[in-house]
Design a protein around this ligand. Structure first.
Ligand SMILES: NC(=O)c1ccc[n+]([C@@H]2O[C@H](COP(=O)([O-])OP(=O)(O)OC[C@H]3O[C@@H](n4cnc5c(N)ncnc54)[C@H](OP(=O)(O)O)[C@@H]3O)[C@@H](O)[C@H]2O)c1
Length: 244
């Protein structure tokens, strides 16, 4: 995969044929969620295998809030003994380091990070609230300043992670972090599973959030695998694309 001077940064998304990665219901105040019927065993297996190959995960404050409210399950650790063994055989620590990107810096830390002795950094912009920064520093968290305003920017963040010598960086965040990585040409590979289902929905999320892209969004198909009959009555493409 990557090297300390040229880390490999990858992301993995599941999308419906109509381009939805999550649904929500703004009128009823239902936060966004991935509909269960688009997920499959092989899609989750791919997620876990990519997760197991990372020496560093990038997540965000929103996920930490969702985790503490039990709205989402815990994906901060590699769970399977077989995959932990695989990591040991490939010179990786049992568990990856975790970067929490946040602009508002208001989230709880999940106790599993401490239990598994994972290195943990908080990434934020230069203009983030000074009091919140002090709050985290007083708790001995290391802060990565990576962005001119409050938001983290892709290139500045990857620069910091290079200094920390991470080589295989898995972005487990959503469309906003993907946007900043793609816009600043920091993503090496996109894994995209496309379920052959149209799911509709009035309110939905798609892969990216920001303004129109130029050639930063151009990708080269590296592989395409067609799985028939999964989900039942449908199928899915497993694609992966190389960037730049
Ligand atoms: N289908 C799929 O494959 C897939 C994959 C990922 C996510 N999703 C779904 O998509 C929906 C939205 O995803 P999400 O909540 O992960 O995404 P998001 O809207 O991209 O990110 C939410 C949080 O991330 C932090 N953040 C994002 N970009 C940042 C930046 N540049 N700098 C600093 N902080 C940044 C912010 O935290 P603070 O508020 O703490 O500042 C923000 O609240 C969810 O329902 C999720 O389950 C689907």
């Amino acid at each position: 995969m990557g090297s300390a001077t040229d880390p490999f940064i990858y992301a993995n998304f599941l999308s419906s044929l109509d381009g939805r990665i999550a649904l929500e219901d703004r009128a009823q105040n239902i936060p966004s969620y991935i509909p269960k019927h688009i997920t499959t065993v092989s899609d989750f297996k791919l997620f876990m295998e990519l997760h197991a190959q990372a020496d560093c995960l990038i997540t965000h404050g929103g996920y930490m809030r969702a985790l503490s409210e039990k709205r989402l399950g815990n994906i901060l650790q590699v769970k399977s003994n077989e995959l932990i063994e695989w990591r040991r055989n490939h010179g990786l620590k049992p568990q990856p380091a975790v970067i929490i990107a946040s602009a508002n810096l208001d989230f709880p830390i999940h106790p599993s990070l401490h239990t598994h002795q994972q290195d943990c950094f908080i990434a934020t912009g230069e203009n983030a609230d000074a009091e919140r920064i002090r709050y985290w520093q007083d708790k001995n968290f290391k802060i990565l300043r990576a962005g001119e305003e409050k938001m983290v920017q892709g290139a500045a963040l990857i620069q910091q992670l290079k200094k920390l010598k991470y080589k295989s960086i898995y972005l487990i965040a959503g469309p906003r972090m993907l946007d900043t990585m793609i816009r600043e040409k920091q993503l090496s590979r996109l894994y995209l599973t496309m379920t052959h289902q149209l799911i509709g929905g009035l309110d939905f999320r798609t892969l990216l959030t920001g303004p129109r892209l130029a050639d930063e969004g151009n990708m080269k198909l590296k592989s395409l695998y067609y799985e028939q009959g999964s989900p039942t009555g449908s199928g899915q493409f497993f694609m992966n694309f190389d960037l730049h």
